[in-house]
Design a protein around this ligand. Sequence first.
Ligand code: PGA
Ligand code: ZN
Length: 414
Amino acid sequence: RIEKIRAREILDSRGNPTVEVDVRTSCGFGRASVPSGASTGTNEALELRDKEDRYGGKGVLDAVDNVATTIESELLGMDVRNQREIDGLMLALDGTDNKMELGANAILGVSMAVAKAAADSLNMPLYRYLGGVNAYTLPVPTMNVINGGKHAGNDLSIQEFMIQPKGADTYSEALRMGVETYHALGKVLKSKYGASALNVGYEGGYAPPLEMTADALDALVHAIEEAGYTESEITLGLDAAASEFFDGQNYSIDGKLLTPGEMIDYYLELIETYPIILIEDPFHEESFEDFATLTTEAWETIIVGDDLFVTNVSRLAKGIEMCAGNALLLKVNQIGTISEALDAANMAVRNGYSVVVSHRSAETEDATIADIAVALTADLIKTGAPARSDRTAKYNQLLRIEEDLGEAARYMQL
Ligand code: PGA
Ligand code: ZN
């Protein structure tokens, strides 16, 4: 039973305040902290920020206060194993559609810490508590090794260029293949564009001074080769985050303005030319129809909805109805509770959609999403480059889970 809930303001990887919550029961303890996006979707749950000047207006003391004054008193004495009841109670206390009253950051911090306290009180790892006996498969990491868009100071329109070490037998082998390719990429970029190309963006990927999508993809293909792998062992993925370069009519990319129809041809050509198996947010966040067209035409490609679905079951239901995309990006802070995020994942799986569990561009040392990915048997986990502690915290937690599973561990085959 919950004896104490304590929230505090800590820092995220961009140096901005975020919420951390401790939940203490008679026999368990859970601590969780909340991530934050830069290219956030319009339909995400609201991250409450103070209106004062401190931290440039990004303080979260109001959210912290909401945990202390409103949430704690209601939750005291409740059984932490009743995740759904606790999440439901917080939703009712908030009373809004987008959690603007208490703040999705306040609610999520408590929701995650409750899950961790429950697992701890049962003396179980979190992935096992959330996933049960069916949780034994490690997801394929999709590692963001070149950063562009809003995540870097270069002119690439595409926000993320990712690699998937899918030709591995185990997760730890996959991680090593990804790391070797990341370092090979560093050498390729340095020799071609100079040492400043090794500067990194928000998610630890290199941020070379490039503008053309093809230049980034060529460097990746070169790096895969230099690392000694084939294009079927290490494949490529993009997160266009296209809302960020859409002006209401056209997409601004590679120094050109392309119509939605031209963007479809653009992606089809990229898929023809490069070993691309995944494209996230290829169009802006309301373009369900263009998503559906691309999903049909590029039927072998994983088409992921991030800003499109915002981990929200009603938006996902609309997407399923229209066959828009074939994969859900699952970001717990887009929706604000563990229960609702699990609902979205279940809806995705029941309808034949893949699940990609994801970090945000600002993260903390919290590695809860690694456990969630294994609990859900997610196809992929997207948590940045295999560098910078905020990103490696998750990759490292997956190593621990693999060790904990021992012989029972499997690596997801896409
Ligand atoms: P964000 O970006 O966390 O800045 O929103 C991540 C993504 O678009 O997938
Ligand atoms: Zn995205």
